[in-house]
Design a protein around this ligand. Structure first.
Ligand SMILES: Cc1cn([C@H]2C[C@H](O)[C@@H](COP(=O)(O)OP(=O)(O)O[C@H]3O[C@@H](C)C(=O)[C@@H](O)[C@H]3O)O2)c(=O)[nH]c1=O
Length: 185
């Protein structure tokens, strides 16, 4: 924990809920969205990619996605506009919490983020229209390493907060947890 970031452990080891502390003045505020020196849970991993997504409609569900080794990645996921219910699922083969999920509302207004380590799947549901998300990735995108678990798998039982709308064809075809071996990280 530093003056600029609060890093809160979650129920899943290695997964962190981060809140940024903006420095306000008469003009507005300045905040560090990311800081390699002060965001301790990032642990000086490289930043290979920064992605941004726009999602038009409330209720849209993206995920749950991960990359297999050797492209397994840590992601720092934050919301620049609107709000989402952000979810990470532990798929680490040897983890005592394999198959468990953690979810939290992330919004532009709350200045918060999830730091999701290697071996987790990630997804979100938009809670407003016109949502912009920003991702920092520790590894580059590799389509051959893409993996995922079905966000509507009853065995996962993620409590998506509102009616699910507009999943991609790929996401609708993702396997269920029972068919996933676990990620060796
Ligand atoms: C992730 C990614 C996708 N793409 C391409 C593949 C595809 O043609 C197009 C859209 O990709 P997708 O349909 O996979 O987009 P999306 O479903 O938004 O995928 C994202 O979902 C969330 C939940 C995550 O956690 C992200 O890491 C990412 O997997 O962009 C890249 O070129 N580079 C990238 O880094």
């Amino acid at each position: 924990m530093t003056a600029r970031f609060s890093e809160e452990a979650t129920t899943l080891a290695g997964l962190w809920h981060v809140t940024r502390n903006p420095l306000g003045d008469a003009r507005g505020y300045l905040e560090r969205v990311f800081c390699v020196d002060e965001l301790v849970s990032w642990s000086h991993r490289p930043i290979a990619q920064v992605n941004r997504t726009f999602t038009a409609t409330k209720g849209t569900l993206r995920g749950l996605h991960f990359q297999h080794p050797p492209s397994a990645e840590c992601k720092y996921v934050t919301c620049l506009k609107g709000a989402v219910f952000d979810v990470a699922v532990d798929l680490r083969k040897a983890s005592p919490t394999f198959g468990q999920w953690f979810g939290v509302e992330i919004s532009a207004q709350a200045h918060n983020a999830l730091l999701i380590p290697e071996g987790f799947a990630h997804g979100f549901q938009t809670l407003t229209d016109d949502v912009e998300m920003l991702y920092l990735h520790s590894a580059s995108y590799a389509s051959s390493s893409e993996g995922g678990v079905n966000a509507l798998d009853p065995a996962l039982a993620v409590a998506w907060p509102i009616k699910v709308y507009n999943r991609s064809p790929r996401d609708q075809d993702l396997p269920f947890l029972a068919d996933i071996e676990g990620i060796d990280v």
